[in-house]
Design a protein around this ligand. Sequence first.
Ligand SMILES: [Zn+2]
Length: 387
Amino acid sequence: MTAKLSVSLPVHKDVLLHLRVPKTVKLTELDHLPHGLLERPATALHHSLDGPTLIHLEGRNPQPLFISVLQHGNEVTGWEAVRRLMKSHYEFDQLPRSLSILIGNTRAAKQGLRRLDDQLDFNRCWPNGKYPDSEPGKLFQQVTHQMRARAPIASIDIHNNTGLNPHYAAINRVRPRFLRLASYFSSKVVYFTMPEGTQSRAFSEFCPSLTLECGQAGEVHGTDHSIGFLETCMHLEEIPAAPMDANDVHLFHMVATVRIPDDVLFGFGRVPTEIAFRENLDVLNFQELPAGVSFGDVRGGPSKPLVVTDTNGVDVTDLYFRFDRDQLETKREIMPSMLTQDRRVIQQDCLCYLMERVHFEDVAEITDHDPLPEGIHRSDRPGEPAL
Ligand SMILES: [Zn+2]
């Protein structure tokens, strides 16, 4: 009754340079849930699964919904949502539609980490990214090929972030069905074209595709929200293609990344250091801020304590911030996202992203133009969105 198809891919070490590569990364495909899998938290999946696993489950409507979880091993909400959803009643009831579930980085999940030191970030290795010849790159090429042939109704990739952020869906193409699907999750939708090599962007070539940001890992309401959304998706007969009304969804474009240079000393609250960010800085996430809002105090240090780069990697700090009044002050209307007070995230990734509202209903070139090819040749940059 059940089939297990294992495909081993050859090892190519040339692309990964200094990275230590495990001998093989293979895709396992299953047509059933392994016994006891739903009992396992993310940290224990490695007992049942030998790496990335694509599980196809049959439902009443054969057109599958694709769900991706644990591309980042410490972002457990997706797996928690899937296992609670399945356990709630689908262990006994027929699924309303088929599911194809990709369980990603079980090795990193075992350690509670985004990725291991010897691994690439899985969500940078999909087609159109920079690592097509890497082990995960080849594996995800295979997943993409498989799923394109199955013509899913939609693709949902579930993530968590740090800091205080509302739950939101991100899209890579501004199309009515993408917006409609995103609006079923949240009224705030983010449009991004970088970084390259994300799962949602690869799948956006053949189906409506979302990245869900479900707040911080381990929060029960993030899991509850995801379960409700997945249940909605499973019961959709189709996703309406009628244009969205501007009042139904608020679309924001990720326009820039804010980083703190390595040589700047910084802290939060009343601390004697060069940059003292205001306490609870992350309450500013997803707030549309006017010019003149202070992120904190400047007490010496370099003349440019923040560096803002646009999606082409160009320094646009002067467009967004001024520092001449002993403050880190906004210079124009912006909306930050993913502001975090986690020093490790700030140092490894960035302080935040800046977004601007898109009036999609009257921006024909964004609505009609496919942005995918533009980004393919962009150069390598640090501080990309941690999606
Ligand atoms: Zn993630």
